[in-house]
Design a protein around this ligand. Structure first.
Ligand code: SAM
Ligand code: SF4
Length: 338
């Protein structure tokens, strides 16, 4: 994030707790070619096309946030690579003056064909989700995914020379916790990074009890240390992950632990959901309807800027994730943009 300065620029977005917001995640679609058990229901309903922000609207939102001091944008979803004409959108966002980096999160299913074009469009770093190296199990967790395609997609990403590639693995007890070492080994063999994510109660799911499947970052770390040395680093990507190096390798291991280690005090991000809701916190419902402003006041940049600035005042101090069934958020992760 080269353009960042220690002193906020006059246009900077700062919330009432003094946190500077310089990172925006945009869910470009709620649709996906997978139905991961922790993310969606098998018969998940998606928004009709006209309720989703158009590509032009997404581009305007991106431009506005960059003008307001955002330096990093992540495109996510749903599966961002199934959104039609995503490459021109990537090119236009990547070329915004003032933006430090455009990054994406993907399930990897389309990377075999698209990795080179995505890199050429200006995407610098890429996160690829991967929860299992066993084809049958991978199919069960994703309900639709083909492991071979995703592994070929990871190789295509390595060949496309992204500045950094990171695997993201959600670990569920008795589901894939026995594959933690194999996943780390894959990252080491490919010379890429890996982060382990604790499952979050975002969206109601009937497939499993999230409290029962909880497997903490501390347990994952202990498992990894049975084979690999983990050396803490002070490195940060400006996000909630805590990172460790594995000496003698290129690999960093991250832990995203919304339950066991909260990270809200340093939060630097906001999200725009697929239907254009500016969401101030992943774990709360405080939001602003950007789509309404965009459609009721087309071209009124002053109104959009002011609404976004004002929204910083309702950014909550922190999430209150709780794995009890009666306290999960209604919206699913594919809408939110994880
Ligand atoms: N489809 C893309 C993918 O899977 O990478 C991007 C969107 S997905 C919502 C982004 C990330 O959120 C993925 O790494 C996924 O594993 C994670 N995720 C989804 N539901 C989650 C949940 N309930 N708890 C924790 N992580 C979740
Ligand atoms: Fe799709 Fe990503 Fe959700 Fe899996 S985690 S269903 S790949 S949006």
């Amino acid at each position: 994030m080269g353009a960042e300065t220690t002193k906020p620029a006059p246009e900077a977005l700062v919330d009432r707790f003094g946190r500077r917001i310089n990172y925006l995640r945009i869910s470009v679609t709620d649709r996906c070619d997978f139905r991961c058990v922790y993310c969606m229901e098998p018969n998940q309903r998606f928004f009709p096309g006209d309720q989703i922000l158009s590509l032009a609207e997404v581009a305007q939102v991106a431009q506005t946030f960059v003008d307001l001091g955002v330096r990093k944008i992540r495109l996510t979803g749903g599966e961002p690579l199934v959104r039609r004409n995503i490459l021109p959108l990537m090119r236009s966002i990547a070329s915004l003056p003032g933006l430090g980096e455009l990054v994406i999160t993907t399930n990897g299913s389309q990377l075999e064909e698209m990795a080179q074009q995505i890199r050429a469009a200006g995407v610098k770093r890429i996160n690829i989700s991967l929860d299992s190296l066993q084809p049958e199990r991978f199919r069960h967790i994703t309900r639709k995914g083909n492991l071979g395609r995703v592994l070929r997609g990871i190789d295509a990403a390595v060949a496309a020379r992204f500045e950094r590639i990171k695997l993201n693995a959600v670990i569920l007890k008795h589901r894939n916790h026995d594959e933690i070492l194999d996943l780390v080994q894959l990252a080491v063999d490919k010379g890429i990074n890996i982060s382990f994510i604790e499952e979050m109660p975002v969206g109601q799911i009937a497939e499993h009890d999230r409290a029962e499947s909880f497997y903490s970052s501390d347990c994952i770390r202990t498992d990894i240390q049975s084979r690999f040395e983990l050396v803490p680093t002070t490195e940060t990507t400006g996000g909630p992950a805590r990172y460790f190096r594995i000496p003698g390798t290129e690999t960093r291991v991250g832990f995203i632990s919304p339950h066991s280690h909260t990270f809200c005090a340093d939060c630097n991000r906001v999200r725009v959901t697929a239907e254009g809701r500016l969401l101030l916190c992943l774990g709360q419902e405080h939001s602003l309807d950007l789509r309404r402003i965009l459609r009721e006041h087309p071209g009124d940049q002053v109104k959009l800027d002011q609404a976004i600035r004002d929204a910083m005042q309702i950014k909550p101090e922190g999430h209150e994730f709780d794995l009890r069934a009666d306290s999960v958020l209604v919206r699913h992760m594919n809408v939110t943009g994880g």
